[in-house]
Design a protein around this ligand. Structure first.
Ligand SMILES: Nc1ncnc2c1ncn2[C@@H]1O[C@H](COP(=O)(O)OP(=O)(O)O)[C@@H](O)[C@H]1O
Ligand SMILES: Cc1ncsc1CCOP(=O)(O)O
Ligand SMILES: [Mg+2]
Length: 273
C-alpha cells in the first residue's frame, strides 16, 4: 500500500478527531505540557493535564485516551502514571507511552519497563529511546531527550519491542517508523527543523493518543495517520517560519487549518517491510 491508498485514511482520521473531539488525559513532562495541549486543541481534540493520583479514579473512566510521558519523571509521579495506565487498560481505553529520555537513569528505565507491562496500545519514542527500551542498547549510550540514532537504525528494536509488548511501536525521526512487529510502515512527512523545537516528539505522541481514541481497533493505522498529519503541519509551518520559534506557532496554525486537498496531496507513507 502506498501514499495514495493511505491518504484517504489519514483524512478520515483527522475529520473523526475534529468531529468527536476526544478527551485525552495527559500525564506529561513540565517542558511539554503547553505544546502538547495546544497541539491536541488545534487538531480538534480535548486535552486535560490531570496528573494527580488522587484524581485518577474519578477522571480516567471518562477519558477517550491516555497519554503518559516520563520526560521529567520523579518518584511521586510514577504512581499516577501506573494507576491511570492500569485503569485505562482495564476499561479498554487506548493509551500511549512516550519513554522520553529512558536511558538517562536506571530509575527511569525500570519505570518504563513497568509501564510497558501495563499494556500500552502504542509506544512512541525516538530511535535511541526505542533501542534502549527494547534492551538493544549498550549501557551509557544516551544524550538525554534527543536521539543519537536515526529512526531507521531502530527498526529491528521496534519490531522486537512490538512483539514482546503487544504494542504498536512508533519511532520518530527523519522517517517515522510504525510497526506492529510484522508490518513496518514509513511516514516520510515532517521537516528537520521540528527537532529544534522542544516537545515536538511529546506532542506527536499526544496526537497519536487522540487518533487512537477515534480508531482504537486499528492502532497501527491511527498512529500512521497522526504521524503523517503532524509531519504535514510541520512542512506547511516551515514555509511560513523564520526559525524554530515561529515554526512552533505556524505548526499549530497549519494543523488547525489542514484541509482535504492539502492532506491528500501531501501524505507520504510507504511500506518498508
Ligand atoms: N530529520 C527530520 N526530517 C523530518 N522530520 C523530522 C526529522 N527529525 C524529526 N522530525 C519530526 O519531528 C517530530 C519530532 O520527532 P523527534 O525529533 O524524533 O522526537 P523527539 O523530540 O521525541 O526526539 C516528528 O514529527 C518527526 O517526524
Ligand atoms: C528537554 C526535555 N527534558 C526532559 S523532557 C524534555 C522535553 C523532550 O521533548 P521531546 O522528546 O518532544 O523533544
Ligand atoms: Mg521525545
Amino acid at each position: 500500500m502506498e501514499s495514495k491508498e493511505w491518504s484517504s485514511g489519514v483524512w478520515t482520521h483527522l475529520t473523526a478527531v475534529r468531529r468527536q473531539s476526544p478527551l485525552v488525559q495527559c500525564i506529561t513532562n513540565f517542558v511539554s505540557m503547553d505544546l502538547v495541549a495546544n497541539t491536541l486543541l488545534s487538531a480538534g481534540a480535548s486535552p486535560a493535564m490531570v496528573h494527580s493520583v488522587a484524581e485518577v479514579p474519578d477522571f480516567t473512566p471518562h477519558i477517550h485516551a491516555l497519554f503518559v510521558n516520563v520526560g521529567t519523571l520523579t518518584p511521586d509521579w510514577l504512581p499516577s502514571m501506573k494507576a491511570a495506565a492500569e485503569l485505562a487498560a482495564q476499561l479498554g481505553k487506548p493509551w500511549v507511552l512516550d519513554p522520553a529520555a529512558v536511558s538517562c537513569s536506571g530509575f527511569r528505565l525500570k519505570a518504563c519497563l513497568e509501564l510497558v507491562e501495563l499494556k500500552p496500545s502504542v509506544i512512541k519514542g525516538n530511535g535511541s529511546e526505542i533501542i534502549a527500551l527494547s534492551g538493544s542498547a549498550s549501557q551509557g549510550q544516551t544524550k538525554g531527550a534527543d536521539s543519537s540514532h536515526e529512526s531507521t537504525e531502530a527498526i529491528e528494536a521496534a519490531k522486537s519491542l512490538a512483539l514482546s509488548s503487544g504494542a504498536v511501536v512508533a519511532v520518530s525521526g527523519a522517517v517515522d517508523i510504525v510497526t506492529d512487529g510484522k508490518r513496518v510502515i514509513g511516514v516520510h512527512n515532517g521537516t528537520k527543523m521540528m527537532q529544534r523545537i522542544t516537545a515536538t516528539g511529546c506532542s506527536l505522541a499526544g496526537l497519536v493518543a487522540a487518533f487512537l481514541a477515534v480508531d482504537p481497533l486499528q492502532p497501527l493505522e491511527a498512529t500512521v495517520s497522526a504521524m503523517s498529519v503532524f509531519g504535514i503541519a510541520g512542512e506547511l509551518g516551515e514555509e511560513l517560519a523564520n526559525g524554530p520559534a515561529s515554526l512552533r506557532m505556524h505548526l499549530i496554525d497549519s494543523l488547525y487549518g489542514l484541509d482535504e486537498t492539502t492532506v491528500l496531496s501531501r501524505v507520504r507513507i510507504t511500506r518498508l517491510g
